[in-house]
Design a protein around this ligand. Structure first.
Ligand SMILES: Cc1cc2nc3c(=O)[nH]c(=O)nc-3n(C[C@H](O)[C@H](O)[C@H](O)COP(=O)(O)OP(=O)(O)OC[C@H]3O[C@@H](n4cnc5c(N)ncnc54)[C@H](O)[C@@H]3O)c2cc1C
Length: 395
């Protein structure tokens, strides 16, 4: 297992639980993940205990051009508790940075930066956006999600979200935002007395600079009476959202390295936690027939044709979004927020069917004003049939 983020740790635990011997390589294998991870509560696998959640907000607010309230519980993970939940005494931890993998008929060797070599039957690349053993970063500029968040006392955050309530996306512009690419406010409780208030650029190529997001956030909070003195901590977010699927091969990509990031939300953690036991089962079942069979079995279970097709459709939606003029982005999201709940769920789901995704996108198209429909067509949003099986990638 290369990479000890949420995906790598969840996969290492699942593999260990099926009886596989696991070595986990990471530059800092004992470091608990520093980022704030949120997800719909019902998207997390049942195996994640409630003690691994820092908070659950029962209501999430959204605002495109009008306010809406979604009564769908949204969880923020307690990284330390989840990390411990996935820790296994029999997983050998190696501090190091993997540079390459060499393959033979009976197994692979991972070569570390300092020259050490680790033999393994199969190699899983869970190195996140680095994709260290799965082709690395693409040459082109990625569309990236960027955000700057301030952690403040819950009492100070009341103007944005009361107890039990979070903000999924509020597209009302921060004060003194003159034009430019729109950003939204995201707000979640981190525990009983802390709230994260984050100015987020969902996706932009090239990425919207953090300095701009920080200015907008400060302006938004100042208008509600919060100044910099309220800031307990700052979170900075930057990651690509349009990575193509890696090609099947002997290294098995997993997590953000494997294209799990949802292009329209940036989420991947719930997907990784759900799929970790599938990966472990595929490796265990395939290994008796050899490492190449185990790698193929893993690919097939992680990326069945339906999942590939849904992935392609979502990337089309991202392309269409990126092609919108800035002033239409909140209008576009208003149309999304007004969709029936099943369509919204399907589009946001960790596991989506192409038929459900296409149906949600068709409904979004039909519910959008004409000025948006024209742009969506020009931007390449297909509302017809799901794409063919081999249409990998799309961003
Ligand atoms: C600040 C931030 C906030 C986010 N918030 C959310 C959220 O709320 N919900 C959500 O679902 N997603 C969120 N994401 C997006 C995404 O889900 C995360 O990036 C998530 O961490 C991906 O998990 P991962 O385990 O696949 O990769 P990572 O978490 O990126 O883990 C990769 C690991 O591999 C290690 N590594 C890298 N290169 C090598 C190498 N060569 N050799 C060995 N190890 C290596 C890294 O040090 C790291 O430990 C967020 C991302 C960021 C950056």
């Amino acid at each position: 297992m290369v990479g000890g983020g949420p995906a790598g740790r969840a996969a290492a635990a699942a593999c260990s639980d099926t009886g596989l011997r696991v070595t986990l390589v990471d530059p800092a294998p004992r470091r608990v993940w520093p980022h704030t991870y949120g997800t719909w509560r019902d998207e997390l696998p049942a195996s994640v205990p409630s003690t691994a959640l820092a908070s659950v907000q029962q209501r999430m607010l959204v605002h495109g051009t009008d306010p809406h309230e979604w009564r769908r519980p949204y969880a923020v993970l307690d990284n330390t508790a989840l990390w411990k939940h996935f820790w296994r005494a029999d997983v050998v931890e190696v501090t190091g940075r993997a540079m390459a993998a060499e393959h033979g008929p009976t197994g692979s060797t991972v070569v570390l930066k300092d020259g050490r070599r680790i033999a393994a039957a199969v190699v899983v690349d869970a190195t996140g956006p680095a994709k260290a053993l799965s082709g690395g970063r693409p040459a082109h500029t990625s569309a990236q999600q960027t955000a700057v968040g301030w952690v403040v006392n819950a009492a100070a955050a009341e103007p944005f979200c009361g107890p039990d309530t979070g903000v999924f996306m509020d597209w009302r512009p921060a004060p003194q935002t003159r034009g430019g690419w729109p950003t939204f406010l995201y707000a979640v409780h981190l525990g009983p007395d802390r709230v994260l208030l984050e100015e987020t650029s969902l996706a932009r190529r090239p990425a919207l600079p953090l300095a701009l997001l920080r200015r907008r956030l400060a302006g938004r909070l100042a208008a509600a009476g919060l100044d910099e003195a309220e800031r307990i901590d700052e979170e900075r977010v930057r990651f690509p959202v349009d990575d193509q699927l890696p090609r099947p091969g002997r290294v098995i990509p997993f997590g953000a390295a494997a294209g799990f990031v949802h292009p329209a939300t940036g989420f991947s953690v719930a997907t990784s936690l759900r799929r970790a036991p599938w990966l472990a089962a595929a490796i265990s079942a395939g290994l008796p027939s050899g490492p190449a069979v185990a790698a193929r079995a893993s690919w097939s279970i992680l990326w069945p044709p339906n999942a590939v097709a849904a992935h392609v459709l979502r990337h089309r939606a991202l392309r269409a979004l990126l092609s919108l003029p800035p002033d239409l982005v909140p209008v576009f999201f208003e149309a999304f927020f007004r969709l029936d709940e099943p369509h919204r769920r399907e589009f946001l789901a960790a596991e989506a069917s192409p038929a459900g995704t296409a149906a949600a996108m068709s409904a979004l198209f039909r519910g959008s004003p004409w000025k948006i429909r024209r742009r969506l067509v020009l931007g390449g949003l297909s509302v017809g049939h799901p794409p063919a099986r081999h249409g990998l990638g799309g961003g």
